[in-house]
Design a protein around this ligand. Sequence first.
Ligand code: IMP
Ligand code: MG
Length: 172
Amino acid sequence: MNRPVELISAAAIAGRVLELGREIEARVPEGPLTVVGVLRGAFVFMADLVRTMDRPITCDFLGVRSYGDATVSSGVVEITSDLGTAISGRQVLLIEDIVDTGLTLKYLQDLLYARNPEGLMTCALLSKPSRRKIDVKVDFLGFEVPDEFVVGYGLDAGQLYRNLPFIGVFKL
Ligand code: IMP
Ligand code: MG
């Protein structure tokens, strides 16, 4: 199996995560905050990000699975595990690993908005802007990446590589 080629080092990720934490602290309105991670890809990023934040937060998770061909996003996602708590009246920060076409994120934002949060903001670790099919709002972004398949720091290829401490490009 090919070892992914490093694209973003663990040190660069750690530095950016700290900056994101400060941006979030500055811009997310005060009030009860629920951080919602999209499983499984966001779990590593979310674990690091919440530890940069110094306010009372609760953590919750959405388990999702894309329908159909895993390599082509349809934007219709199946919720395999719903939130454990209500978000009505709360500030919500949605955490995604990567925004590709944007269809998945748009679907999840619409889903959460329908539950009447006080506010909803989105933080994504990575974005591939050249692949976007739909205009979707990302309030906080870690890094833009080229149109290549990336793995590591939570992101997988066939469920592997999530434990890599860096972001790498996966070549078949
Ligand atoms: P979208 O609906 O096309 O934006 O797809 C977003 C989802 O596809 C992400 O949450 C990831 O799970 C997955 N994905 C897209 N690009 C990559 C990649 O380069 N590596 C790993 N997963 C990816
Ligand atoms: Mg994902």
